[in-house]
Design a protein around this ligand. Structure first.
Ligand SMILES: [Fe+2]
Length: 297
């Protein structure tokens, strides 16, 4: 598969209204670990080698600050900077050194709908830690889009993403062998749909759902197995109403993957996952997916 310059999804930075409570939740229940902190931010790692996968920033309101990818080579930063303007985006800075824990050189861009995307090379790596119940990394972020077509074209033209599947509700986009790293959901506004953390296996998803339940965070959708991507899922509404997912078994694809269309991905009435055990998403999760905005560049 021709490599996308985007490389791998690394991290997401979010604004939270109670930094201490959010850190307690994401370390104590969600099972990330604090790797670094500044006066107004906490950087949390997973079990994989990325310096951090989630950055929590002290904020008056919940928001999304940026989504960050780790690129394979320094030249990919230049390629992204060169391709962004013609595709309808803006280069905000770089390539230049990134002044935050983990470091590296970054090019920071805004997509046509104003979301801030960062591409980093040479950032710090950690030794992976063996942990059967911790998220390894973020495996996808889903954006609600008022105009999916605009976002899809940008991810294809500027960033070399390819469409894996189009359902009635979503465009699933890949930049490496993961079936999707970004998905774009048809909506009436540009908000955060959810953030997915990949667990070591299905059992870790189930144990994580139990841990969340014990801590007073009920399953809002799932447990089930998705159609596109074939991954298992369990969704929750976390602090500040961020929608977060434990997932596992994400399908790996190559150039031979046949792009699915809405007619390939219909469920029989009353069914919401492959197994046929998941109830529909709760009203609470559907509401939460409409609330969190992206800081506009
Ligand atoms: Fe997901």
């Amino acid at each position: 598969m021709p490599a996308s310059p985007a490389g791998q999804l690394r991290s997401i930075a979010i604004g939270v209204t109670d930094l201490d409570a959010a850190e307690r939740f994401y370390t104590g229940t969600w099972n990330l670990a604090t790797q670094a902190r500044t006066a107004d931010a906490v950087y949390l790692r997973g079990a994989g080698s990325f310096h951090h996968v989630l950055a929590l920033h002290r904020s008056e309101r919940p928001d999304v600050r940026n989504v960050t990818f780790s690129v394979a080579g320094r030249a990919d930063l230049d390629a992204i900077a060169a391709r962004t303007p013609a595709a309808g985006g803006r280069v905000l800075s770089g390539p230049q050194a990134l002044d935050e824990p983990g470091g590296g050189d970054a090019v920071v861009i805004a997509d046509p709908q104003g979301r801030i995307l960062r591409f980093v090379h040479g950032d710090a790596r950690l030794e992976a830690r063996a942990h059967g119940d911790a998220p390894v990394r973020i495996t996808h972020v889903v954006f609600n889009c008022a105009d999916v077509g605009v976002a899809q074209r940008f991810f294809e033209d500027a960033l070399g993403f390819r469409l894996s599947d189009r359902t009635r509700a979503m465009a699933f986009m890949r930049c490496n062998s993961d079936h999707h790293s970004i998905a774009l959901a048809d909506s009436d506004a540009d908000t955060l749909n959810h953030i997915a953390f990949v667990m070591p296996d299905l059992d870790a998803v189930m144990r994580g759902a139990g841990r969340m339940n014990d801590a007073g965070w009920p399953i809002e959708w799932g447990v089930g197995r998705h159609g596109p991507g074939n991954n298992v899922f369990s969704y929750f509404v976390g602090p500040d109403d961020f929608v977060i997912e434990y997932t596992a078994d994400v399908m790996q694809v190559d150039d031979g993957y046949r792009v699915g269309s809405p007619s390939d991905w219909g469920w029989p009435s009353g069914r919401f996952d492959q197994w046929g055990i998941s109830k529909p998403p709760s009203e609470r999760i559907k509401q939460a997916q409409k609330t969190i905005r992206f800081v506009q560049a």
